[in-house]
Design a protein around this ligand. Sequence first.
Ligand code: ADP
Ligand code: MG
Length: 243
Amino acid sequence: MTNTGGYEERDVVVRLTDVRKDFGDHAALDGVSLDIGAGESVAVMGQSGSGKSTLLNMVSGLDRPTGGSVVVGGEDLAALDEKGLALFRRRRIGMIFQFFNLLDDLPALDNVALAGQLVGLKASAARKRALELMGDLGIADRRNIYPSSLSGGERQRVATARALMNRPSLLLADEPTGALDSRSGDQVMRLLTDLNRLGQTLVIVTHDPRLAAQCARRVVEVADGRIARDSSANGAPAAEVAR
Ligand code: ADP
Ligand code: MG
C-alpha cells in the first residue's frame, strides 16, 4: 500500500500538491503542498494577506487554483465542473465564516434546515435533523428567532449547525471567532474542539495563537503564500514533534 507522508491513502482527507493561485501578477498562493488526515484538527495561522482564506477557498472549491492539484476526500476538484463543485461543497464540506453568512429573512431553524433541503432532504427530515443539531449545540430554544435578534455567539452556533447538517467530511472555519467577544469566542472554540474529539476533521483559520493552541493539535503557518512552518509534517500531534 502506498504510504505518503505518514498517511495511509485512505486516511487523507485533503491533499494539496504545489497549489498556486495568482490574482493578476500577485501570487496569493505560491506553491503550497499539504496533506491533512482524517480526524486532524489544523489551525492555519499567518498575517493578514498571507493567503489563509485563499488556501481555504482552494480546499472548499469556492475558487480554483491557477496551478497544482487539489484532492479532497479522494475527489480531484479539477475534474468537477461548476455544478459538480457546488454539489461537492454542499455535500462534503461544512463552512463557517467570520460574519456568519446567515440568511437574515429566515429564522434560525430554517437557516440550518435549508442546507439539507439543498441536497435533496425533505423539509420535514431536514427540520428534524436541524433541530437535533441545534439541541446538541445548545440553541434549540432559539429556533424561531431571526439572525438579527441573535447574539454573535448564537449566530455562530447556528452557522455551525448549518455547516454540520450534511455530515461533512471536512469542517472549514475562517476566523470563526473574529467577530465575537472573547467569551463567545471561547464557547465557539470549545464547540469546535468537541466536534473534533468526536472525529470531525477540522481546519480553522485564526490569527489568535491562544485559540490555535486551544483547538488544534497541528499548526500550519502561512507567510507570503507559502507554508512557512508546519508543526507536524506527518500529522503527528504538535506536542510530539516539539519533544
Ligand atoms: P488572508 O486570509 O491570509 O488575510 P487572503 O487569502 O485573503 O489573505 O489574501 C491573500 C492575498 O491575495 C492578499 O494579497 C489579497 O489582497 C489577495 N487576494 C485575495 N483574494 C483576492 C481577489 N479576489 N482578487 C485579488 N486579490 C485577492
Ligand atoms: Mg482571510
